[in-house]
Design a protein around this ligand. Sequence first.
Ligand code: SF4
Length: 444
Amino acid sequence: MINRNKKVALHNLGCKVNAYETEVMEQKLKNAGYEIVPFEPGADIYIINTCTVTNIADRKSRQMLHKAKRMNPDSIVVAAGCYTETDKEKVIADENIDIVVGNNKKRDIIEILNDYFKKCEKIDASIDINHTSEYEEMTLEQLSEHTRAYIKVQDGCNQFCTYCIIPYARGRVRSRKISDIEKEAEILAGKGFKEIVITGIHIGSYGIDFDDKETGLIDVVEAICKIPGIERVRLGSVEPRTITEDFMQRISKQKEICPHFHLSLQSGCDTVLKRMNRKYNTKEFIKSCELIRSYYKNAAITTDVIVGFPGETEEEHNITKKFISEVGFSDMHIFKYSVRHGTMAAGMPNQVPESIKTLRSAELIELCKKMQKEYRKRYIDSTTYVLFEEKEIINEKEYYTGHTKEYVKIMVESDDDITNEIKRVNVTDYYNDEILLAEIVNLY
Ligand code: SF4
């Protein structure tokens, strides 16, 4: 056997979709007889699943590839994923890299390595990602997390936001067949996973590439919710246009659904949204939030915001701040705009100085903390259900921690191991800015 005794170290950079694909590669390598080792000196093969979302991500990807070769100059270094798609010439020319695995080729990792062993020469295993319509089917059967499993349901994006390189790295929307999604969810449920997170590059576009034009994200949700053993289904990031009356009506009938909606806002100012080429305005955004709350009074609505987008004036920033307060998010991720070469926004005039981005980011972080506290306050002195994920040592004491359906983190003391169990708890207090303290309600 070609691979006998070969030690492989994998390193993932970037988003949940990349992490999912790294796990799939790891699983395939294990099944083929490779030994998986930590990303340290001593491996025979290093696989880096790269990211290209910002210039910094590109740099980190390059650094990890070079670090791998330094750790073992005789090793085989594999560059996989997004960075290889956007900077292909550089990657091919890089002497530290032996194999290039583009997006849509990761599932073939074993065959690609076998090919390399036969030929012993540099391999470029990539396709023209911008002209493929095939979803790269891969199934994950085991995960490093033990309670929550991510299922990838689509790849690619057709939105072309002006700051984003992803459509060039991941290609156009390709949706996974529902029957394949169901199969994977069944396997994961059989392994004891209770919560499924529906993930992808732009899950709101699920199904737009199908001929029938009728299958959408809601059908994926309903299919997963039906699977015995799955007790929670959480949606990844969506946009206002996904939240229609029909979508909410159907989703609210699924008792497994987590009333946690991550709606990407990016800016709360219409002129900035237009420059970003986002496909909604603030009016539509707020309408979606109202619709969600008309079905789930206590829904957690979380979001992402970019501060310091090119040309963002003080006035536009203040409009965003006001809009965010009006919506009242339960959590936000704030990003300082970061130039990504190859995008429209990189060439836009009036780039915002770093010092101003830092100030604006600090203001929104402050606002986020206030809203988080406000949202979590409503849990105190009430009962809720928590899926416990792990045992943590906090201030030298042992606690079990987990999340409610709305993704509020809760900790309890317990003599029994309650990992991967859903328990009813009584929330007693804030523990700190991130965690609420609770007691298990014993049902005798
Ligand atoms: S929706 Fe916009 S930000 Fe998201 S992946 Fe597509 S282009 Fe990038």
